[in-house]
Design a protein around this ligand. Sequence first.
Ligand SMILES: [Zn+2]
Ligand SMILES: [Zn+2]
Length: 120
Amino acid sequence: MRFSRQREAVYNVVCSTKCHPDASYVYEQVRKVIPNISLGTVYRNLSELCEAGRLVRVSVEGSAERFDAYCAPHVHHVCKTCGAVTDLPMEKIAISHDIQGVDHYQVTFYGTCESCRNQN
Ligand SMILES: [Zn+2]
Ligand SMILES: [Zn+2]
């Protein structure tokens, strides 16, 4: 896929963080590099990057869609207190990768992240 300056900036923001940003986070960061970019352009580039397989959409209950530059199959943990989305180590979860008819899956665990747990 062709990388325009805008698309590259959008992609770089998602790649530069492990926080699984939503579109408005990406927008705020990209604006530091391209001040006149619109939120609509950010959305469009995010979905084109997803369609091209460069990014993965992460749906989170009760929150805006998030984006992940780590495209290998993995599972997420969502903190119900602060909303943090983190990757869980696959070795802690047993998922069969050879179920017939499955080429894609999304698994999300909901709970409390380590830093929220430590505050109590
Ligand atoms: Zn938390
Ligand atoms: Zn992830």
